[in-house]
Design a protein around this ligand. Sequence first.
Ligand code: ZN
Length: 59
Amino acid sequence: MSAQVRSCPKCFQLMWLNSEEYEVVDEETIRTTCPHCGSTVRFQLVTQGDNAAGPKMGH
Ligand SMILES: [Zn+2]
């Protein structure tokens, strides 16, 4: 799995999530510690389905 960039829900700063730096809670959820505010935060992963690559841009 490639690195992800997410915004911390607590302090709203961006953090890079490398695969070795977060804990997989289940197949859709990861957990990590924010390097900025130290909060334990969870993110939902979208790895399958139509929205896996994000919304498609219109023509
Ligand atoms: Zn934070």
